[in-house]
Every structure is written in C-alpha cells, then in structure tokens.
Design a protein around this ligand. Structure first.
Ligand SMILES: [Fe+2]
Length: 298
C-alpha cells in the first residue's frame, strides 16, 4: 500500500497555458507514471481545493457533463483518490445544501422540488476505514472534516477547510435580492472588485464550525492515547506558525485551530495546500501545490 499526496487541483482542467491546475493533467500517466504499479488499495490524497464538484446548476442536481466525465475518468484510474475539502469547493453539492434562503429565492425558482431534495442531501455519506466520507465515486472520496481514517495501519487525521483570501471586497448573496435583474445590476456595479457569490463561488462551510474543531481535536487526542501519534495529518489550511514562516499574513480561526493542534499532538507528517506553493518547513510539515510526493509505501 502506498500513499501519495498532492496539493490543490482546482478542477479537472488547467485554467491557462502556464497553469499547474487540473487533476486530469496532474494525475495523467505522463505526469504521474507511478500509477502503473498502483491498485485501489493505494491512495492519492489531494490537500483541498479539489474542485471536481464545482458548478452551481440552477435547474437540476445532476453533475454537468464535463464534471461527470472528469470524475468518471478519475474513477477509472488504478488508485483511489481521496481529498479533504478546501475553500474552493461547492459545499452545497458536496455535503448538502443548508441554505434554505437561497433554495427558496429566485436563484433556484426553476429547480423542481425533487431536485432540491437531492441538493439538500449532497453526495452519499458513509463510513469508510474508520471515518466518514462523501462518496463521489466508489474510489473518489471526500474525507469529512475531523475524521480519523486507518489506511492499512496508518492513522490519518483529515481536517479540510480554510478561509478564502479572494473575498476582500465581499460576498454577494443572491437571496438578498428580490430578483435576478436587481442582482445582476449590483454585480455589474462591482466589476473589477474582488468578490464572490454565495452558493455559486463561495460557501460559508469553507470554515470549520466550533463543533467540528472540538470533535477533530478530541478524536486526534484519543488517537494519541491509543496509538501514541497521528501518522499523517491532511489539511487544506496551514497551521498559523507555518503560514507566518512562509511570509503570509492574515490569520483566521482555522489556522489558529490547526496551530493549537500542532502543539498538542505528535504526528509523522503533516501535509497541507491552500498557499499554492511547494515548500518544506521541516521534514514533517509540507506545503504542496502541483508536486506529488510519496508519503508512505515501498
Ligand atoms: Fe487553492
């Protein structure tokens, strides 16, 4: 069994000529030839901003064809893909939409109730190797926040989520507008500003709740009692001191929480993404973007 880890993929396709994004290129046979000797008991972990479930469809819950094809492509890979959620994920579709104001607004007025019911559920949740996952495909799984997984004897803590840096000028909430025309008028007025749209390109679930942080920590501490350490930690955000070390300012509750965890647990190796770079703070605190590293295995 092997565990490989990589950083943000931001969807299936590169976003430009020089882009390193897109899991279809990153995990192709050319970029990742090691896959030829892998099986479904081998894992590739994406440290957040997977982006394979992204588009907000106002009419139906089904995956758009381009996303469906890309996820099917990933399912056909010889390995199993795991990801922790980042800040750029469609949480409404992944974990179930709880934004009733949006569901009852003009934005979703053409979506039938039967489809809204599916959207409220998200992808099926199930227990897998000791923790909860959302099953995107049988071998494409989202690791729920604060869960512990045992991958062939290696205990892994997954804690996705991060604060978005690209909402400096705010978040527009479609449900706060009476109709589409009013929303578009306001949106156009803000052209050029750094904004995102709630339920379309930003979701408040990007940040962990108090309950998720408490649960995550208590599970990690319980594992420490039983096993002596957490073998691997997979997060999207970095602990605060790592963030500062790499020269990023701006702290938030998630990075502060991860910092507190850093001081309370022993771990084999901690991998995170979010900062769009490949750096190593020490031999067991590793920031990843497009690099794919082998964390465990022969
Ligand atoms: Fe990202």
């Amino acid at each position: 069994m092997a565990i490989y880890v990589t950083g943000d993929t931001h969807g299936s396709q590169p976003s430009g000529f020089l882009s390193v994004d897109g899991f279809m290129r990153r995990l192709s046979k050319n970029s990742f030839p090691e896959q030829q000797s892998l099986g479904k008991d081998d894992y590739v972990v994406i440290c957040g901003d997977f982006g394979g479930v992204w588009a907000a469809n106002r009419y139906a819950c089904a995956e758009p064809p381009e996303e469906k094809n890309a996820l099917d492509w990933l399912e056909e890979k010889p390995f199993t893909t795991l990801f922790v959620p980042g800040n750029h994920e469609n949480y409404d579709r992944l974990t179930g939409c709880r934004n009733e104001a949006l569901l009852n607004s003009w934005f979703y007025e053409r979506m039938p109730d039967s489809e809204k019911k599916k959207l409220r559920k998200g992808y099926p949740q199930k227990k897998w190797n000791g923790g909860l996952v959302r099953e995107i495909r049988p071998s494409v799984l989202m690791l729920e926040r604060g869960e512990i997984f045992c991958l062939n004897g290696q205990y892994c803590l997954a804690f996705g989520g991060a604060h978005s840096h690209d909402i400096r000028d705010g978040v527009l909430d479609p449900a706060a507008y009476a109709n589409e025309a009013d929303f578009i008028m306001d949106y156009r007025k803000r052209k050029g500003s750094l904004i995102r749209i709630k339920g379309v390109s930003w979701w408040e679930e990007e940040m962990p709740s108090q309950k998720e942080m408490e649960q995550g920590k208590s599970r990690a501490l319980a594992l420490m009692e039983q096993h002596g350490r957490v073998d691997f930690v997979f997060t999207h955000a970095a602990p605060l001191s790592d963030l500062l070390f790499f020269g990023y300012d701006g702290q938030d509750e998630c990075s502060r929480f991860l910092e507190s965890l850093l001081h309370e647990i022993s771990f084999g190796c901690w991998f995170y993404g979010h900062l769009h770079d490949n750096r190593m703070l020490s031999d067991n605190r590793i920031l990843l973007y497009e690099q794919i590293v082998k964390a465990y295995g022969k």
